[in-house]
Design a protein around this ligand. Structure first.
Ligand code: FES
Length: 485
C-alpha cells in the first residue's frame, strides 16, 4: 500500500493544515526544515497579530473583537503592574546590571519576553508577511517603543485595525504614514491613553489617509494612460528592488524632471535621508520636536502671538485655562507644526487657515508651475502602488486621554474631505479642544453616531444633549479635567 510522506504534500495543502496552528506552533514548524519555514512565511497565516497576548501564553489570532467591548479589568491591571515593574527594573538596570536580580520576577520576564517577541517579529516575520497583516494590537504594551511602532508600520502598509491603547508611543512613531501614504486602508485607530501624542500625529494621519477632494483619474482616462506611459519601466524596477525596508536607514525616491514640452523626461534615482530615521538613536527626532514644543523658543511663540491677535479663539481658550503652561504650549505647538495660524476658522478665516495641508503623494503628481514630478518608494509592490484613490476609511478613532490634542489637530482631520465613514469618536480627556474644533470636525463626519461620540462634559459642543459625554470620569488612569472631584 503506497504511503505519502507529509513533505510530498503540495504547498497549498500545507498552508491549509498550518491554518489550524497557533503562532507558537507555527514558530516551531518553521524550525523543522527549510521547506516548512517557507510555508510558515505565508501571509495568510499572519493576518491578525497580538504580540502582547502571545507573550503571555494567549495565542488568539482571530479578528479583533467588537470595538465597544471593554477589555477584562484584571487583565488590564496585570499588564499595568507588569509595565510598572519593568520600568522600575529598567531604571535600576543603569545602576545594577545584574540580570539575576530580576530572575524570579514574573512580571518583568513577561515584558522582556514581549520585547523579544516584538524584535523577532520585526526582524524575521514582518519583512516576509507584513503586507498581509490586517490587525495589530499592542494595547497596554510596556515593551513597545516609538521606534518599534515605526518599523512595524513601515512593514505593514495595509493595516485595517491598529490598537496602541495605553502605550508610550510618541509622534515619531507615525512618520511613515505621511511619507508613504501607508494608512489608506486604516479603519480602526485606538490611541487611548497615549499621552505623548500631539496634533502632529493627526496631521500625519490626515495626510496618510489621502485627499478626497483631489480629482481621481479613472484607469481608462487618457490622462491616466499618459501618466502611466510616461513612467519609465526602469523606475518601477528600481522601486521594487531597492525598497527602503531592506536598506533600513534610507529610502529611495525617484525624481522626474518633466520638461514642459512633454517630449522627454529624465529619471534619476536619488537617496534621501528620512528625517524620521534620525530618531533611531533614542528617538532623537521626537525629543527634538518635543524640545520645540515644550522648550522656550521665543521666536516660535512670537509667530502665533502676532497671528492670533487679541481676540482669537486661542486667546479665549488660553484665558479659560488660566495657565501659562496652557497658552505657551498652544503657541509653541502651532509654531512647531510650521503653521502660521492656529487653524480655527473663527479667528483665521476659512479660506486661509490650514490650507498648507496637502495630501500625501503616492504617485507621480504635478507639483505646480515647476512641472517637477516626484514619487516615493512603496514597499513590497503590493497594493500601494496601484491604490491611487483615497477613501479615508476610518470608522473608529479614539484619542481618549491624549490631552495635548487641540483644535488644530481636529481641523487637520476635517481637511481633505473629512472622515465620511467615521462612526465612533472618543475625545474624552482632550483638555485643549473647544466647541469650535468639535463643530468643524463633526460637520464633516456624517456617519458619526451620537452614542459613540465622547468628549469633555465641560464643553458645550455639538450634539451636546445626545452625545455620550466624557468616558474618563470614572477612569483612574486617564486624563480627565474632573478627576479627583
Ligand atoms: Fe472634562 Fe472628563 S475631560 S469631564
Amino acid at each position: 500500500r503506497a504511503r505519502t510522506h507529509i513533505s510530498a504534500l503540495p504547498q497549498e495543502v500545507m498552508v491549509r493544515l498550518f491554518r489550524y496552528l497557533g503562532p507558537e506552533d507555527l514558530c516551531r514548524c518553521s524550525q523543522v526544515c527549510h521547506a516548512w519555514a517557507e510555508v510558515v512565511k505565508t501571509g495568510l497565516l499572519w493576518r491578525h497579530l497580538y504580540p502582547v497576548r502571545w507573550a503571555r501564553g494567549d495565542y488568539y489570532r482571530g479578528p479583533p473583537g467588537e470595538p465597544d467591548q471593554d477589555p477584562d479589568e484584571d487583565w488590564v491591571q496585570n499588564l499595568q503592574e507588569e509595565g510598572r515593574a519593568y520600568q522600575e527594573w529598567d531604571e535600576d538596570a543603569d545602576v545594577d546590571e545584574s540580570e539575576e536580580a530580576c530572575e524570579d520576577t514574573l512580571a518583568i520576564s513577561a515584558v522582556r519576553k514581549e520585547k523579544k517577541l516584538l524584535n523577532g517579529m520585526i526582524q524575521n516575520l514582518l519583512p516576509a508577511v507584513g503586507s498581509s497583516v490586517r490587525t495589530l494590537s499592542l494595547a497596554y504594551s510596556a515593551a513597545v517603543s516609538s521606534k518599534m511602532v515605526r518599523q512595524i508600520l513601515n512593514l505593514c502598509p495595509n493595516l485595517i485595525h491598529l490598537d496602541l491603547t495605553q502605550t508610550d508611543v510618541t509622534d515619531s512613531a507615525f512618520e511613515s504614514w505621511a511619507e508613504l501614504g501607508a494608512c489608506r486602508t486604516l479603519e480602526h485607530l485606538d490611541l487611548s491613553g497615549c499621552e505623548k501624542i500631539t496634533d502632529y500625529t493627526l496631521k500625519i494621519l490626515s495626510l496618510g489617509l489621502g485627499d478626497l477632494t483631489t480629482p481621481r483619474l479613472s484607469k481608462n482616462s487618457p490622462d491616466c494612460k499618459n501618466k502611466l506611459l510616461k513612467t519609465p519601466p526602469s523606475a518601477i524596477k528600481l522601486l521594487d528592488k531597492h525598497s527602503g525596508y531592506s536598506l533600513g536607514r534610507a529610502r529611495t525616491a525617484l525624481v522626474f524632471k518633466w520638461r514642459p514640452g512633454g517630449r522627454s523626461m529624465s529619471c534619476s534615482p536619488v537617496w534621501v535621508l528620512d528625517p524620521a530615521e534620525l530618531a533611531d538613536i533614542e528617538d532623537a527626532a521626537d525629543w527634538t520636536r518635543r524640545e520645540g514644543v515644550g522648550g522656550h523658543n521665543e521666536e516660535r511663540s512670537g509667530i502665533l502671538g502676532v497671528q492670533a491677535g487679541g481676540r482669537s479663539c486661542c486667546c479665549r481658550m488660553m484665558r479659560s485655562f488660566r495657565t501659562d503652561i496652557g497658552s505657551t504650549y498652544l503657541q509653541q505647538l502651532y509654531g512647531t507644526l510650521g503653521e502660521m495660524q492656529c487653524g480655527h476658522s473663527a479667528c483665521c478665516g476659512s479660506d486661509t487657515a490650514l490650507r498648507t495641508v496637502k495630501g500625501a503623494q503616492c504617485e507621480p503628481q504635478a507639483t505646480g508651475g515647476n512641472t517637477e514630478l516626484w514619487t516615493k518608494c512603496p514597499s513590497e509592490g503590493e497594493s500601494r502602488t496601484d491604490q491611487s484613490g483615497a477613501c479615508r476609511a476610518l470608522r473608529f478613532l479614539s484619542l481618549s486621554g491624549c490631552y495635548q490634542i487641540t483644535d488644530f489637530g481636529l481641523r487637520c482631520l476635517s481637511q481633505a474631505g473629512g472622515l465620511p465613514l467615521l462612526e465612533h469618536l472618543n475625545l474624552s480627556g482632550c483638555l485643549f479642544i473647544t466647541e469650535v474644533g468639535l463643530h468643524e470636525l463633526v460637520s464633516v463626519c456624517p456617519s458619526l453616531k451620537d452614542e459613540h461620540f465622547y468628549y469633555c462634559d465641560n464643553i458645550n459642543g455639538p450634539h451636546a444633549d445626545r452625545a455620550s459625554g466624557c468616558q474618563n470620569l470614572q477612569c483612574g488612569f486617564r486624563v480627565c479635567c474632573r478627576s479627583g472631584e
